[in-house]
Design a protein around this ligand. Structure first.
Ligand SMILES: [Zn+2]
Length: 281
């Protein structure tokens, strides 16, 4: 049994992993941002969360206690993950690690694919997993077969892929890369409870995208179409308030199919509203 999400409590997930969930639920953070503290006397802290006046910072600092913090690392540059990084890093006197640079904070420790972050005897391996966002890093804690997949592999939802920052082809390749890591026993995502069957979940997420791709192609089999018309068909059973997000997802699938020369578009407009898509393959 994996512990449910609780706000403001330090939840022990394993001998080396603790989780504090920020009370910031919403469309993107879903049930809230999970801040993970990894290690015992020496720690790495993933995803500090949002900078709001809710005690999250104090709770993280209290959970750190007398431990040394080797790095504070936002998994990617979305605003539910990084804004607390600067204040937290100052409080626990640690560098901020990140993939490349971000305009919102200073990166002390530039991390790339395959880089190792060490804290005492603890080692985390960075895996570059773009798709949700180009700067997204996942982390592997080999000692526990634990994967920290950020927003790429979550149990409660698929990832939002919003072009141009999001890229479905990159996302699918990132799933392949994570699936190829041997001996994973658990995933600790940045939102929602632990993923207890990581390989199974990765395959489900891939199958979900394949289903959406089929639906987009079926919609186009009826003739050339705009994204809005495709969304109205494919998502007719969901709340129209979610249709703008669905339109981004359909766009991500279309751009991926266009790169593979299966579809093409004419026209456009800033939000692709007037683009007409058709099947060519
Ligand atoms: Zn995100």
């Amino acid at each position: 049994m994996t512990p449910p999400i609780e706000y403001g409590t330090v939840i022990r997930l394993s001998p080396l992993v603790r989780r504090i969930t920020q009370n910031n639920p919403g469309l993107y953070p879903g049930p809230g941002t999970n801040t993970h503290l990894i290690g015992t006397d020496d720690l790495v802290i993933l995803d500090p969360g949002e900078d709001r006046d809710d005690g999250h910072l104090d709770r993280i600092v209290a959970a750190v206690g007398a431990a040394r913090v080797a790095a504070v690392i936002p998994s990617h540059g979305h605003p539910d993950h990084w804004p607390l990084a600067t204040k937290l890093a100052a409080r626990v006197e640690a560098p901020i690690g990140f993939f490349g640079n971000h305009p919102g904070f200073r990166t002390d420790l530039s991390l790339g694919d395959g880089d190792l972050v060490t804290a005492g005897r603890l080692t985390l391996a960075a895996v570059h997993t773009p798709g949700h966002l180009g700067d997204h890093l996942s982390f592997l804690l080999e000692d526990e077969g634990a994967l920290f997949p950020g927003d790429v592999v979550m149990g409660w939802s698929s990832s939002i892929i919003a072009p141009p920052e999001g890229d479905l082809g990159d996302y699918l390749r990132s799933l392949d890369r994570l699936e190829a890591i041997p001996n994973l026993t658990v995933g600790y995502p940045a939102h929602g409870p632990a993923v207890t069957q990581p390989y199974h979940r990765i395959r489900e997420l891939r199958a979900h995208r394949a289903m959406r791709t089929r639906q987009v192609l079926e919609a186009l089999d009826a003739g050339p179409s705009t994204i809005a018309a495709m969304v109205a068909t494919i998502y007719r059973d969901i709340d129209p308030a979610l249709h703008p997000g669905a339109a981004l997802s359909v766009r991500a699938h279309l751009l991926h199919l266009e790169r593979d020369r299966v579809v093409r578009h004419s026209g456009g407009g800033p939000g692709w509203e007037s683009a007409v898509w058709e099947r060519i393959g």
